[in-house]
Design a protein around this ligand. Structure first.
Ligand SMILES: [Mg+2]
Length: 309
């Protein structure tokens, strides 16, 4: 499922609650209960609910079971079948006390039921519990995409992002660039200064790279060990080389001493590549080419960048 990992993990935004009911009175009652603690969105029928779910991506849906045309079960089925909306928790609102109805709702993937007439205390408790759970799940999901040591995106996040950005570039027929970055003589650094200093060096370099890539849709990730990768969507080759130079400067400006290197400070090498993807091409090519460019940079003496267009 696509995860909005651009949101900071310590987000304190109000949860988004979507209330779906064909009766205006019920919507009004629920709105009154949650207007202070949530950002409220409303829908009066199934189609409207589905449309709002994809555009708003609410944190929780209160979904009426009995509605004309498309009932709540049908709405639930459609939301669960769509990757983008499948993980949004749904609480059914129902006037029924039939066990079979409740069973059906749970089978369709609902997390809970609230009965009409609405009891304020019970409804508040149920909704707040599920919102708290949703917040924890979001937090865990975003932690799973962050590199534990450096705090930047990890390889898993990179792999998801390169896939999405590649498809976007195919659609836009726009250039996409990739930087593959490696810290020069890092093994010697670790051997000489010790692993704690090595970790510290990785953290500082990661932050410097991250800060040097300014735009919100650029992605810096730790690729593995002392290797980093930067995705630059909508960036031509000249633009990518410029960013690479800025990154090299940012790392040199850290001025981290490295006695065992040909240069007395920590430096990096960068492989730069750019492609305008076609339907038939594959993003693996972008990665392999950037890797080849990096290898070239390494073999021509490090502390340099090398490009393959
Ligand atoms: Mg109804």
């Amino acid at each position: 499922m696509p995860v909005n990992t651009d949101e900071p993990i310590t987000t304190n935004r109000k949860p988004k609650l979507l209330i779906v009911d064909d009766q205006v009175l019920i919507i009004r009652v629920l709105h009154e209960l949650f207007k202070d603690s949530c950002d409220i969105y409303m829908a009066h029928n199934g189609l409207d609910a589905i449309e709002k779910c994809t555009s708003i991506e609410p944190d929780l849906i209160l979904l009426d079971v009995v509605m004309p045309k498309m009932d709540g079960y049908e709405v639930c089925k459609i939301l669960k079948a769509n990757e983008q909306t499948a993980k949004i928790p749904i609480i059914f609102i129902t006037g029924s006390f039939e066990e079979a109805d409740e069973l059906k709702g749970f089978e369709l993937g609902a997390v809970d039921f609230i009965r009409k007439p609405i009891n304020a205390v019970i409804t508040r408790a149920r909704v707040n519990n599920h919102l708290a759970l949703k917040k924890q799940t979001d937090l865990l999901r975003s932690i799973a995409l962050i590199d534990g040591l450096t705090g930047i995106a990890n390889r898993r996040r990179f792999e998801a992002a390169i896939h999405t950005e590649w498809l976007q570039s195919v659609r836009d027929k726009s250039a996409i660039s990739l930087l593959m970055i490696d810290i020069d003589e890092f093994k010697k650094y670790n051997d000489h200064y010790g692993h704690l200093a090595g970790d510290d060096c990785l953290k500082k370099v990661a932050q410097a790279i991250n800060e040097a890539t300014g735009r919100p849709y650029d992605l810096t990730a730790r690729y593995g060990g002392e290797e980093f990768v930067v995705i630059l969507p909508k960036t031509n080759h000249e633009g990518a080389q410029l960013v690479a130079k800025q990154i090299m400067k940012a790392v040199r400006d850290l001025n981290i001493p490295h006695e065992k290197s040909a240069h007395p400070i920590v430096t990096i090498s960068i492989g730069v590549t750019t492609m305008i993807p076609e339907q038939t091409s594959n993003f693996e090519t972008l990665i392999t080419t950037a890797d080849q460019a990096l290898y070239k940079a390494k073999s021509t003496g490090r502390n340099t960048l090398s490009s393959i267009e």
